[in-house]
Structures are given as structure tokens and as C-alpha cells.
Design a protein. Structure first.
Length: 655
């Protein structure tokens, strides 16, 4: 019936919808929320099922499985549109070939149009080498043995670091010094094998990798066994010698301590010569000592193949390996993060909108902060006045960065300057060559901070790792005391500037409160407002009530305790901030649902989804998170008329 009416009066239907979309943001958000609710599930028994039960059905045909992926997807679609527009503009004579958009477009087109052969791993490997004057073993001329003796694994790792490749045998990071975040140091340690991307996969996978590298067929199987055995042996070493703390050493001291040519290695990382008094942060001396024995007794060709296999895995991890427009947009987002932020901002957030969003988000954040400062003032933890002042000062100094852009610089000129020395010299589209160029560019920007120091607060933007670069979720930067809110986060249904405050506080507000709580979680409390490490005796995480609160939160043990702290304290803060002032306002004018219920239903939007519980990284799964937050939270039980709190565990409190 509805369909027929609509078909007959298309213009009116369309117009009516458009008008709806403009006039009624609250109703629009509300009906979206309600479309996920499974009324036949009780809110008290299983709130996730109640609030999110219909999510999978509604989004069964969509390429995302929860809200932040949905926002990411919208951003990626926008970027495809933007790239199409740039492509049009690039045909006209006025198009500036050295502009930021020209460079982004260039990589996007390489991704779309680059021949498949330029994406092959063999091609990547031909464009690289394990050092000056030596090729990878499989490219040696026919009939000549590969010059094993010229292969030096440390040199190879130093050489390949230019593409940001590390965490194989040695881990190299460029990190803020603990005592002074403006001073950056080389941090040398043993590798981690924790994540899937940090080790060879299963046996079949290893065979496939070796095959893709162009290793002769007959060598694939024996080499696969050998490099896997090598990795297993290294992993055993990392497990056996993970006992010392990181310390600062001069290169000479560290060489003496471990017996490696670190100076050479470090020079190859920074790209110029260094004094032997150059200071690095280093750890795991014993690991390095025993590693040396292992490496000396391993065939260099096996080592070269192991390094190469891990390099290939690294490269694969850093690319969508697809020439679909939406995947190429993701590739641009990942490899040219700052450029993407600028272009997105200029195209989709005109100055008035950007200013409006900034004000809206800042207002919510400032209210949360104000409320939290009141809470700190009440001093439930029984802190000394000195400690109280320290926490309050830290919270007062948390900075919001919207869009991950330098807040004190003109965005366009800053970004143009940033990409000044990025050039794609040749006209043909070669995916691997351009990808490697961008990896080198990205690494150089990071490494140069060793010489130049950290960016000033005015210029600060986070040089995001590839995964954060592609994500629209906010994050807290402990060493900068900054919360980054990517532009992509400020979209419906997560945020609508013209919606009722209750929507803003229950969803965006909760997420901001969660991030704010990271500034005072068990790790956050170890750093002062500048992001520098506090002396042991200045730390308050050992306050007895804080410890009791943390232990209470861990009754149902979680690996991600700080996330739970941020969730639970964040909910408490967002809720009290909103209802502190608005408890009298019993009803909104767009629905008969109570404000308290709206609050919790909208909060659930952040957790609704049909993601496999196995697929969560660095957090408990969403259902678990939501349940842990609401267990024993009195306002929730009141809102849904759940039975008295008798059988509910007592609520934990920190602040
Ligand atoms: C082209 O872009 C570059 C980099 O942003 C800039 O330095 C140059 O002035 C621009 N040229 C013109 C003609 O606008
Ligand atoms: C932002 O824009 C919305 C819709 O146009 C408006 O309702 C709201 O008051 C604006 N906020 C600010 C802080 O100007
Ligand atoms: C721990 O988890 C179980 C099952 O998931 C639940 O029944 C219980 O209430 C939880 N306890 C706390 C303290 O959250
Ligand atoms: C709550 O009320 C105080 C005092 O009137 C006001 O300054 C503050 O902006 C209000 N907070 C919210 C979240 O509206
Ligand atoms: Zn978090």
C-alpha cells in the first residue's frame, strides 16, 4: 500500500523525506535507535539483546558491522566522491600539479589504474634490497652463488627500516623520552610476537609467502621449515629474557654491553653519522647476547629469507590489495593521513560548519570536565591536597584536537609544507613503487623528530599508525595529554549538531568522557599534565581507595582493565553531567520515552553490532563492555524498572 502511494507521488514522497531529514533531527535519531530495539527481550535480563537485537537484521546488506565502521564507511564514500571531483578538476588547465590534492589523487589513481603486475611481491622485492650492493637471494644471476658473506642481517634491518619495517629480530621505535616528551629517542628492544601481524602465519601461509617472493619452487618447502624454526627459536629467546627495564645508554655503552655494531645500525636509521656518545633508550641486553649466538649459527640465506618473508607480510598488511575505488580511498587515508584530513575538512566541512561542530563538541567536553573537576573536589579517594591539585591540573590541561590537525597553524599551508618533499617522479602508475615512496616518506617524517624534537603544541598532529589513520574513532594520547576526535566521528547517527542535548551527552559525551578517563587511568596517572613521567613518590595510583576501586572493577577479570575503567567511570561522568542539570526536565517533546531510557538506548548505539566476539582488539567485546558498564549502575536499573538491586553486584567507584 505504502509503496503504491509512493510510486504515484514520487516527488511529494521525496520532498517529504527531505523535509523530514531537515526538520526533525530528534525524531530521526530516535527512530533509528528504536529500529534496533528487540522489544521481546527484557532490558533487565540482557540489555545488549534488548537495545541492539535488531541491528544485524537491519544492516544485513551493509559493508559494516557496527557504528564506527559505519562512520568509516561514510568517510570512505565521501573520499571516493572527492577523488572523482579532483579527477575532473585535474583535466582543467588551472590544476596545480604540486598541490596536496594532486599528490593524493596521484596515489589514488595509481591504486585504481596501476597494472596488477606492479602489485606483485616479487616486484616490491626487486625495487628493494637487503643493503647496498646486494640483492635478495632469489634474484642472483643464474649459475652464480648468492654472496652469503656480504649479507649482514643488522645492516639489512637498518636498511629496511627506511620503509618503517621493524620488529623483526630487533624492534626500533622513535619515542618520546619518559622524562621529557619534547625530546625523542631511538628505542631498541627485542621484538614482540603478540599480534598476528607480528609473526609468520600458519605453515600454508608461509609457503604462499615464499612462493609470492619468487623463491625457486624446489626451495620453498625446506626454506619454509627453516624460517619457521628460526622464528620459533627467536620467540623462545624473547620469552626467556624479558626481565630488565629499559634504560638510557650511549651507543658505545650499548655496543659494549651486547656486542653489536649499534652505531652503524643507528646511523642507518637516522640517515647521518652519530657520535658514539649518542644516547638511546634500550632494553633486553641478555636477549641480544644470546640472539647473537643463534644468528651466528644460522645460514645467512635462511635469515635473509626470514627477514624478507616478514617484510612481505608487513607490506601486505599496509595495503588493501584491491583496486576498487572504496579500497583505494582507504589506501589514501592510510598512507596520506594528514592530506586526507585536510581535503576532507575543506570539502565536507565548510568553515562555518567546522566552527559549529568544534563549538558543540568543545561545549560537551567542557561540561564533562567541569563535572569531573567537581567530583575530584569531593575527594572520595582521600588524596592529599597536593595530589588532588595534580590530578585536577592534569584534567584541566587535556586538549581536544578535532580532525587531528595542528591547532595553531593554517591548515592548508601547514599540510602543503608537510608534503613538499613528497614527489612521484615518473608518469607511469606503479603501485609498489609509489607505496614504497610513501612508506619512506612516512618514516622520514617520524625519524626527523630525533634531530628536530617534538612538534610544538601549535603544530602538533598525531602521526597516526596505519590503523588509526583509517579509523574515525577518538583516542587519547598519553604523552601529549590530547584527545583526538577524527572528523569522521562527527556524523549521524553518532552526532547531530542540531539534536537535543540528551543525544549529545549519551553517545558523543560518553565517548569523550571515556577518553578523558584515560588521562587518569592506571597508566595515565603515571604521567603529568605535560605527558612526562612522574617520580614514583608522586604517583597516586597506589592510593588505597584507588587500588580498591580498580580491584573491584576487575572482579570479572579483564585483560583490558584501563578500558573498563574508562567505560565505567566514563558512563558515570556522562550520566551525571547530563542529569545533574536536567533531572527536573521529565520529558522531551519528540517522544514519550523517558529521558533516562533515551540516554541508555542511545549509549548502546556505540556497542550495537554483529561483530564476531573474537574480532575485538585491545578491548573486551561490545556486549561484555555494555553489560559491565550497566551491572549495578542504579540509574540504569531505575530507568527500566529492573528488580531491586538485591542480587546485583555492588557498584565499584574510583573517583
Ligand atoms: C601549487 O601548490 C604548491 C604547493 O602547495 C604551492 O607552493 C604553489 O604556490 C602552487 N602554485 C600555484 C600556481 O598556485
Ligand atoms: C550548530 O548548528 C546547529 C544547526 O544548525 C544549531 O542548532 C546549533 O545551535 C549550532 N551550534 C552552535 C554552537 O552554534
Ligand atoms: C561476572 O560475569 C557473570 C557472567 O558473565 C555475571 O553473571 C556477573 O554478574 C558478573 N559479575 C560482575 C561483578 O560483574
Ligand atoms: C549546568 O548548570 C550550570 C550552572 O547553572 C551551568 O554553568 C552548566 O553549563 C550546566 N551544564 C549543562 C550540562 O548544561
Ligand atoms: Zn579506551
Amino acid at each position: 500500500m505504502f509503496w503504491i502511494a509512493c510510486l504515484l507521488t514520487v516527488p511529494i514522497c521525496a520532498a517529504a523525506t527531505a523535509q523530514n531529514a531537515e526538520a526533525l533531527p530528534n525524531s530521526r535519531l530516535m527512530s533509528n535507535i528504536l529500529s534496533y530495539v528487540a522489544e521481546d527481550s527484557s532490558a533487565c535480563d540482557n540489555y545488549f539483546q534488548h537495545a541492539c537485537g535488531k541491528y544485524s537484521m537491519r544492516h544485513i546488506d551493509d559493508p559494516f558491522t557496527e557504528i564506527t565502521q559505519m562512520l568509516d564507511h561514510k568517510v570512505n564514500e565521501h573520499l571516493v566522491q572527492l577523488m572523482d571531483e579532483l579527477q575532473q578538476r585535474s583535466q582543467s588547465s588551472g590544476f596545480n600539479e604540486s598541490s596536496v590534492e594532486a599528490k593524493a589523487l596521484r596515489f589514488y589513481r595509481t591504486c585504481l589504474e596501476g597494472p596488477q603486475s606492479t602489485r606483485k611481491m616479487v616486484h616490491y622485492l626487486r625495487l628493494t634490497s637487503p643493503g647496498e650492493g646486494i640483492t635478495w637471494p632469489q634474484f642472483k644471476p643464474r649459475g652464480v652463488p648468492w654472496p652469503k658473506a656480504n649479507f649482514k642481517w643488522m645492516k639489512a634491518l637498518g636498511h629496511l627500516y627506511r620503509y618503517g619495517f621493524t620488529n623483526v629480530l630487533v624492534n626500533v621505535l622513535v619515542l618520546e623520552s619518559f622524562e621529557n616528551k619534547n625530546h625523542l629517542l631511538l628505542y631498541l628492544s627485542m621484538p614482540s610476537f603478540k599480534e598476528d601481524s607480528q609473526r609468520l602465519g600458519n605453515f600454508l601461509n608461509t609457503l604462499a609467502i615464499l612462493h609470492s617472493m619468487g623463491v625457486p619452487k624446489k626451495s620453498v618447502l625446506p626454506l619454509a621449515r627453516k624460517i619457521r624454526r628460526l622464528e620459533a627459536a627467536v620467540k623462545v629467546l624473547t620469552e626467556g629474557y624479558d626481565d630488565d627495564n629499559s634504560e638510557t645508554w650511549t651507543l658505545r655503552q650499548w655496543e659494549y654491553k651486547t656486542g653489536y655494531a649499534w652505531q652503524d645500525f643507528a646511523e642507518s636509521i637516522v640517515g647521518h653519522s652519530l657520535s658514539h656518545q649518542y644516547v638511546v633508550q634500550a632494553q633486553h641486553a641478555k636477549y641480544f647476547t644470546v640472539l647473537k649466538r643463534l644468528m651466528d649459527s644460522t645460514d645467512p640465506e635462511v635469515v635473509a629469507n626470514y627477514i624478507m618473508a616478514r617484510f612481505v607480510l608487513y607490506l601486505m598488511e599496509d595495503s588493501m590489495d584491491s583496486s576498487e575505488p572504496i579500497d583505494c580511498a582507504k589506501d589514501v587515508r592510510r598512507t596520506m593521513h594528514l592530506a586526507t584530513n585536510l581535503l576532507y575538512e575543506e570539502r565536507f566541512l565548510d568553515p562555518a560548519t567546522l566552527q559549529n561542530y568544534t563549538q558543540e563538541v568543545t561545549e560537551v567536553f567542557n561540561q564533562l570536565r567541569r563535572q569531573f573537576l567537581l567530583q575530584i573536589g569531593k575527594n572520595r579517594l582521600g588524596l592529599t591536597s597536593e595530589e588532588k591539585r595534580m590530578v585536577a591540573t592534569k584534567v584541566q590541561h587535556v586538549v581536544l584536537n578535532i580532525g587531528n590537525m595542528p591547532r595553531g597553524r593554517d591548515h592548508r599551508s601547514f599540510v602543503s609544507q608537510h608534503y613538499e618533499d613528497l614527489v612521484f617522479p615518473l608518469a607511469d602508475f606503479d603501485y609498489a613503487r609509489e607505496h614504497l615512496t610513501l612508506l619512506e616518506f612516512r618514516t622520514r617524517k617520524k625519524v626527523v623528530q630525533l634531530d628536530q624534537g617534538a612538534l610544538s603544541p601549535e603544530e602538533f598532529f598525531y602521526m597516526a599508525d596505519p590503523n588509526s589513520a583509517m579509523s574515525s574513532s577518538p583516542y587519547y594520547l598519553i604523552r601529549q595529554n590530547v584527545i583526538v576526535v577524527p572528523h569522521g566521528f562527527l556524523q549521524e547517527p553518532l552526532f547531530a549538531a542540531d539534536s537535543h542535548d540528551i543525544f549529545k551527552y549519551s553517545l558523543l559525551g560518553f565517548v569523550l568522557a571515556h577518553e578523558l578517563m584515560h588521562s587518569v587511568d592506571t597508566t595515565g596517572l603515571q604521567f603529568d599534565r605535560h605527558g612526562n613521567l612522574l617520580e614514583n613518590d608522586q604517583q597516586i595510583s597506589s592510593s588505597p581507595r584507588f587500588e580498591a576501586g580498580v580491584q573491584c572493577l576487575n572482579r570479572n577479570t579483564t585483560e583490558f582493565l584501563n578500558e573498563r575503567i574508562a567505560d565505567i567511570a566514563g558512563l558515570d561522568l556522562a550520566y551525571s553531567t547530563y542529569f545533574q542539570n536536567n533531572s527536573q526536565r521529565s520529558q522531551t517533546d519528540f517522544t514519550t520515552i523517558t529521558p533516562q531510557q533515551i540516554f541508555f538506548l542511545n549509549l548502546a548505539q556505540f556497542f550495537c553490532g554483529n561483530v564476531d566476539p573474537m574480532n575485538f582488539v585491545e578491548h573486551d567485546n561490545d556486549q561484555m563492555r555494555l553489560q559491565q558498564m550497566l551491572n549495578g549502575f542504579a540509574p540504569f536499573h531505575q530507568a527500566f524498572g529492573c528488580p531491586a538491586m538485591g542480587n546485583q553486584p555492588e557498584k565499584c567507584q574510583l573517583w
